[in-house]
Write a protein that binds this ligand. Structure first.
Ligand SMILES: Cc1cc2nc3c(=O)[nH]c(=O)nc-3n(C[C@H](O)[C@H](O)[C@H](O)COP(=O)(O)OP(=O)(O)OC[C@H]3O[C@@H](n4cnc5c(N)ncnc54)[C@H](O)[C@@H]3O)c2cc1C
Length: 374
């Protein structure tokens, strides 16, 4: 069996790793010109399902490495004022395992065939049932199954399920990260908390690796090359309604909303890593009507994009990768045919995917009361 995976995000790469481990041929096609072509580095909290899913997609010899490049998520989630006085609680903190998205992507990329600068423009199902993927800048590729893991603006979804389109909640936020130095030890209670300012919220979360990723890979799996990054604080500011950067840098835009804030909070933004900040919009995709199962399917944000406030988008994309991997192994070993394997996957995915979108939207008004939810 041969599988074409469109999109080298977490979901597509986890699937490709899982298939490679099972001896199934998988090639990944990614639109970006390189793997670190744009801002990719934020931390993710993985729940037990998501973490187990990615673990199961990786070769067991890399499990010790995976366990070394994470941290436990345990901080209490408080609401603080801009002087860091506690003014409320955000509710139960998310427990789980914190990973850095960029580091995890590098681990997932190891050993895969990934074609960059390969933006899918469409596909054709051929008379023999195979699928030909067509690209803007390269020759078509043919496979038994085409998997659209191409995120919220999915080109694969545009053909397979054109009525399923993203909803813009209108919420904009700026995200970035700052190296975690001793200077910020005194404000550690703010990590995992929401700082409620005048019409804006600042959310902070620490990423403290058990072992720095590059060093962990050198010690535990020399065939893996991980980025040389140290501990950091991820910050994200939800902008006032219809927020934009007004030509300011992400960093300046955040600072412009922080006049009179605690000096260490301002210092945290002032010392941000300039290459790792971005303005993002919160868009969601509600899985709509199911299509008739065939040789093309979707996974991750392409079919169920959630609000990041739910903390479940990556978890659900990784779960998809694992569920689809298991179904495809069954088909490859002749225990069912390919289309019924895809059908099995899609039946499960539509149910938990829709639930993930619903729960993520329930949490959004606590951060952005003006969000448009439908
Ligand atoms: C700030 C932030 C914090 C988050 N925190 C959490 C968290 O704590 N826990 C959690 O579970 N989730 C979290 N998420 C959500 C999570 O990051 C996403 O749900 C997850 O990364 C989706 O993975 P994916 O593989 O489906 O898609 P993506 O990671 O979006 O990957 C899609 C890939 O497809 C490529 N692509 C797009 N179009 C094409 C094309 N036409 N041809 C070829 N390639 C294409 C893109 O370049 C991209 O590389 C967060 C998201 C954000 C923004």
């Amino acid at each position: 069996m041969r599988v074409s995976v469109i999109g080298a995000g977490l979901g597509g790469l986890a699937l490709a790793q899982g298939l490679r481990g099972a001896g199934i041929e998988a090639e990944v096609f990614e639109r970006d010109p390189g793997i670190v072509a744009r801002f990719q580095g934020y931390r993710l909290v993985l729940n037990p399902i998501g973490f187990q899913a990615v673990r199961d997609c990786l070769p067991t010899r890399w499990h010790p490495l995976l366990d070394e490049i994470v941290m436990e998520a345990s901080a209490e989630q408080l609401i603080l004022d801009p002087q860091l006085n506690e003014i409320g609680k955000l509710g139960a903190s998310r427990t789980g395992i914190v990973v850095d998205r960029q580091v995890l992507r590098h681990l997932l990329l190891t050993g895969l065939t990934v074609h960059t600068d390969a933006a899918l423009t469409g596909y054709d199902v051929l008379p023999d049932g195979q699928v030909q993927a067509n690209f803007a800048h390269r020759d078509p590729a043919t496979a038994d199954l085409l998997v659209g893991a191409d995120g919220v603006t999915s080109a694969v979804r545009g053909v397979l399920s054109p009525d399923t389109t993203p909803t813009d909640t209108g919420v904009r936020f700026v995200i970035g990260r700052t190296p975690l130095t001793d200077e910020f030890a005194d404000i550690s209670k703010a990590f995992g908390s929401k700082i409620a300012g005048d019409g804006v919220s600042l959310l902070l979360g620490a990423m403290q690796f058990r072992t720095p990723p590059k060093q962990a890979a050198e010690q535990l799996a020399p065939e893996v090359t991980l980025p040389d990054i140290g501990d950091y604080v991820r910050w994200a500011m939800i902008l006032p309604p219809n927020g934009s950067l007004d030509n300011a840098t992400a960093q300046d835009a955040v600072l412009s909303h922080m006049h009179g804030w605690h000096p260490q909070l301002r210092a945290l933004i002032e010392q941000a890593d300039p290459d790792n900040s971005a303005l993002l919009s919160i868009r969601v995709v509600h899985p709509g009507q199911r299509w008739t199962p065939g040789p093309v399917t979707l996974l991750g944000d392409a079919i169920h994009a959630t609000s990041p406030t739910g903390g479940n988008g990556a978890n659900t994309a990784l779960r998809d990768a694992d569920v689809l991997r298991r179904s495809l192994i069954e088909a490859n070993e002749g225990r069912q045919n390919l289309i019924s394997a895809v059908d099995d996957y899609e039946r499960q995915m539509f149910e938990y995917g829709a639930e993930a979108v619903r729960t993520s939207l329930e949490r959004l008004p606590a951060f952005a009361p003006e969000a448009k939810l439908s």
